[in-house]
Design a protein around this ligand. Structure first.
Ligand code: T4K
Length: 374
């Protein structure tokens, strides 16, 4: 085997971007002095304010991770019965329904964005449906206007899984301002990380107060517990890292955009490989770089290419394969049956996310694309 392209060190699908350590040490010293480690401390409060400003949203409540934020979001809106959603996401999306005893009803995705296809939603609305739960997959915004129309017509709530978006806007309107709630993740693998972390964006003070109570056991005063909450609070170290990351995140996104453009240019014209385009009027955050491999035209399956890259020390990931609807817990559902979601079933077999993070060197991208071309 010709291994001239083998990387000396492994190249992973992502690598967290981190601020300078010296800057973080200053924050740590403050925490050591104050002894306030968690429970709505000063960094937590400051982070919520600065984050809301950065994102252009009115109310945000930060969480210890995105999954707990999703689980809590369902409680905030008292979601029950059935929820219409996508099979093409990370498992946490649908696990959040399961943990709330809510039945997911899957519908197919659009081939242009891999997001839920709004035109397939109305056909599965039933008297038990309480919400639509789309995901802005890879950070590409859903058709938010159409989803709003459908939700308004049928009086359904909309909760967006916005775990892949950071600073994304449509015609200068932050995508987080659509829907009743949007849920974010600041996991190590995301565009913006606080090691682990997450948030719920809402649009009024009362809801924000309720979310704050729910993530803190339901405590509303020293002796009052209004409802059964959970512990999903962000701690002071996470909030401090978040404050620092806000200073650097524009730079991270600029680098991701440059990397995307190099990939797109290099992959142009390879028969059987396609990638997603930027959407008109959208400011993207370039969280992932997914490609589709058409085995007949490319002459190799996605899995063979995935393994070939691996042999060269390059670890792409098949995000999102299998579909969530294909996992045993969910595959028994009627909406999950094979043949019902042809676009998602095809995309999950063809998709491969190539390495994407701000520290990726141009030379490494060229080695990756040379392997794809060879
Ligand atoms: N909704 C959506 C749509 C999501 O994508 C996610 C999470 C959630 C909800 C839930 O949010 P959180 O509760 O996580 O906040 C990863 C992440 O763990 C997960 O956060 C993410 N989505 C999902 C898409 O990917 P894995 O199992 O693929 O990650 P892992 O550990 O294999 O990491 C991938 C690569 O990243 C590694 O090969 C090396 C590199 N890496 C990873 C970590 C954790 C590092 O260099 N440093 C690190 O600390 O799930």
């Amino acid at each position: 085997m010709n291994n001239k392209n083998k990387m000396e060190k492994p190249v992973y699908v992502t690598q967290p971007a981190l601020p300078p350590l010296e800057e973080f040490v200053k924050y740590l010293k403050q925490i050591w002095r104050s002894k306030i480690l968690t429970n709505n401390g000063p960094f937590h409060q400051q982070f919520e304010k600065e984050l809301a400003d950065y994102l252009g949203v009115k109310y945000i409540s930060v969480f210890s991770n995105g999954t707990l934020a999703l689980i809590t979001a369902m409680q905030v809106l008292h979601i029950t019965g059935e929820v219409i959603t996508t099979p093409f996401s990370f498992v946490a999306t649908i696990h959040s329904l399961w943990w709330n005893n809510i039945k997911p009803v899957f519908v197919d995705i659009e081939s242009k964005t891999f997001n839920i296809d709004p035109e397939k939603i109305e056909a599965v609305i039933s008297p038990k449906t309480s919400a639509i739960f789309p995901v802005h997959i890879y950070g590409n915004p859903c058709n938010v206007q159409r989803i709003k129309e459908i939700a308004d017509k049928h009086k359904l709530k909309v909760i967006y899984d916005a775990c892949h978006t950071f600073g994304v806007s449509i015609n200068n309107v932050p995508v987080l301002n659509f829907g009743d709630l949007s849920v974010m993740s600041f996991h190590a693998t995301k565009v913006f990380n606080t090691f682990e972390g997450g948030a719920i964006v809402c649009h009024d003070e009362k809801t924000k107060q309720r979310i704050d109570n729910l993530k803190n056991f339901g405590i509303t005063s020293e002796i009052t517990i209004e409802e059964p909450g959970i512990n999903a609070k962000m701690n002071e170290m996470q909030a401090a890292i978040g404050l620092l990351q806000l200073k650097y995140v524009d730079g991270y996104i600029t680098k991701r955009k440059m990397i995307t453009e190099i990939y797109r240019e290099q992959l142009k014209g390879i028969e059987g490989i396609s990638c997603l385009d930027d959407l008109p009027g959208v400011k993207h955050c370039y969280s992932y770089f997914p490609i589709l491999i058409d085995k007949d035209k490319y002459g190799m399956t996605r899995d063979k290419l995935y393994n070939k890259l691996k042999q060269n020390n390059i670890f792409g990931r098949r995000y999102f394969y299998p579909l969530i609807s294909q996992f045993p817990t969910y595959s028994i559902l009627e909406s999950a049956q094979p043949g019902k979601m042809p676009v998602a079933e095809l995309v999950t077999e063809q998709v491969l996310c190539l390495p994407m993070h701000p520290n990726l060197k141009e030379n490494t991208i060229r080695i990756i694309t040379d392997i794809l071309k060879s």
